[in-house]
Design a protein around this ligand. Structure first.
Ligand SMILES: [Fe+2]
Length: 412
C-alpha cells in the first residue's frame, strides 16, 4: 500500500535528481509510519518582524490589502506583537515590532550579511507555527531526526512565544517552524506578554477597513493561498525535503520557468486540500548558480534576490474571489482600487479567464519587504499556476530587484 503522503501524482516538468526521489519516498514513508504526519496539522500562525516604528503602518497596509483584522497587541520587554486574524480556519499573522533599534538577535544577523537585506535588519518573515496534537512527542521525534530547537532560555531571550516549540532557522530558507499543541476547538492564545489594545494600531486598522469596505474589497479578497520562499539554486531539493521533514506537507510538483532561469516548487498540506486552511508552501530557486550566468546568458532574478536579501520569504499570495465586479474580473477591480489608494504594483494583471488564472505582484512593502500577490482562479481551474504567468511575475520582480541593487551600489 502506498503511504498517504505519497499518493498524489507529481505535477510539473522540472526534473529532480535520483537522490531527491529516493529520499522523498523514504522520508515520507517514515513520517507516515511513525505517526508524525498525523500529529502535525495546519499552519495556525505566521510571524513577520518589522523595523522599530513600522508596525502601525504595516497593520494598516495589511488591513487594506488582506482580509485580516486587528485583534490585540501583546506587549513584552523588547517587542510589540500585534495579532491579526481572519477567523479560526485560516492562520493568524503575528506582526512583531522590535521596540529597541539597538536590539540584536539571531534573526537580525540573518539580514545583516546581505547587501539589500541589511538596510532593514529587523524586517523579515520568520516562519510558520503548526498546530500539533502532541507537542512533546512531535518535538522528541523531530529531535531524533536531528532537527534542532531553541531551548527555553533562548526562547525567553528572543521573546518567542513560550508555549511554542521553535525550530532553529533552516540553513536553506532561514525560516523557522514552531509547534504548539491546541485542541482544534480551543482558541489560539500566544504566551507573549500583556494583552493591550493599542489605540494607534486600532486607528490605522479601522481607517484601512473603512476604505476596504467602501470599495467593496472586503468580500473579494480571501485568505492566503501560498507562501513563496526563495532559496539558492543548489538548495532547491534540500529545502523542499527539509520542509516535508518539518511539516505534514507533501510534494505537489515543480515547474521549470526556463526563460527566467528559475523553477517553482510546490508543497501542500496533506490534511487540508483547501489552501485557505493551510497555505501551500512554494520554493523558488534559480536553475543555475550566479557564477555561470555569464555562460548561460539568461536573466537570473531568483538568484539575484537571494544574493541581495538572503534566502527568505518573497511573497504572500492572497486569493481573489472568482467573479466580476463593475464589469471587470474581480482581480482587476481589486488592483485598480488599491492602486488608487496609493499602493504600487510591479506589473499589470497577467493571465486571462481563458487560461484559468490571473495574477499580479504588488511592490514590496516598505515595512516588511514582502510582496503581496493576488491570484484569481476562474471557474473550475484547479491548477496552481500557468508557466506564462510565473515567468511574467518572476521577470517583473527581477526588474525591481536589480534597480534596488543598483541604488544600493550607488549609495556606497
Ligand atoms: Fe506566487
Amino acid at each position: 500500500m502506498t503511504s498517504p503522503s505519497l499518493i498524489h501524482p507529481i505535477q510539473g516538468d522540472k526534473e529532480n535528481s535520483p537522490w531527491f526521489h529516493e529520499y522523498l519516498q523514504r522520508l515520507l514513508e517514515e513520517r507516515d509510519r511513525t505517526g508524525l504526519t498525523d500529529m502535525i496539522h495546519q499552519v495556525d500562525a505566521l510571524m513577520i518582524n518589522v523595523e522599530p516604528g513600522c508596525s502601525v503602518s504595516y497593520v494598516g497596509e495589511l488591513a487594506l490589502m488582506t482580509p485580516y483584522h486587528y485583534l490585540v497587541t501583546l506587549e513584552s520587554e523588547t517587542h510589540w506583537t500585534h495579532v491579526l486574524r481572519i477567523d479560526m480556519h485560516s492562520p493568524d499573522i503575528l506582526v512583531r515590532e522590535v521596540r529597541d533599534p539597538e536590539y540584536h538577535g539571531i534573526f537580525r544577523s540573518l539580514n545583516e550579511v546581505y547587501p539589500v537585506g541589511a538596510h532593514k535588519p529587523n524586517s523579515r518573515y520568520m516562519g510558520e507555527i503548526f498546530r500539533v496534537t502532541d507537542q512533546h512527542d512531535v518535538v522528541e521525534m523531530q529531535k531524533s531526526r536531528e532537527i534542532r530547537f531553541f531551548n527555553q532560555d533562548q526562547i525567553r531571550k528572543l521573546e518567542l512565544p513560550g508555549n511554542i516549540a521553535t525550530v532553529k532557522p533552516s540553513p536553506y530558507t532561514h525560516n523557522i517552524v514552531g509547534y504548539w499543541e491546541r485542541p482544534e476547538h480551543d482558541i489560539r492564545v500566544y504566551a507573549l506578554g500583556n494583552s493591550v489594545i493599542r489605540e494607534d494600531v486600532n486607528r490605522a486598522y479601522q481607517n484601512a477597513k473603512e476604505v476596504q469596505e467602501q470599495l467593496g474589497l472586503d468580500h473579494l479578497i480571501l485568505p492566503i493561498d501560498h507562501l513563496a520562499t526563495r532559496v539558492y539554486s543548489q538548495n532547491r531539493e534540500v529545502a523542499i525535503l527539509e520542509y516535508l521533514t518539518l511539516s505534514s506537507y507533501y510534494y505537489w510538483g515543480s515547474y521549470d520557468i526556463a526563460n527566467q532561469n528559475s523553477s517553482t516548487n510546490v508543497t501542500k498540506s496533506i490534511h487540508y486540500p483547501d489552501e485557505r486552511f493551510s497555505p501551500a508552501k512554494v520554493f523558488t530557486a534559480a536553475n543555475n548558480p550566479y557564477f555561470v550566468n555569464h555562460l548561460v546568458g539568461l536573466p537570473s532574478p531568483t538568484e539575484n534576490f537571494v544574493r541581495n536579501y538572503g534566502p527568505r520569504l518573497h511573497h504572500l499570495a492572497l486569493i481573489v474571489a472568482d467573479g466580476e465586479t463593475a464589469g471587470q474580473s474581480n482581480i482587476d477591480y481589486v488592483v485598480e482600487a488599491i492602486r488608487a489608494n496609493g499602493k504600487d504594483f510591479l506589473l499589470d494583471v497577467i493571465g486571462s479567464k481563458e487560461e484559468g488564472l490571473k495574477q499580479i505582484f504588488s511592490s514590496a512593502s516598505e515595512h516588511s519587504s514582502l510582496i503581496v500577490e493576488y491570484v484569481q482562479r476562474f471557474g473550475d481551474f484547479s491548477g496552481f499556476f500557468t508557466k506564462k504567468n510565473v515567468a511574467g511575475l518572476t521577470e517583473a520582480a527581477g526588474v525591481e530587484e536589480s534597480l534596488k541593487f543598483l541604488q544600493e551600489e550607488a549609495s556606497r
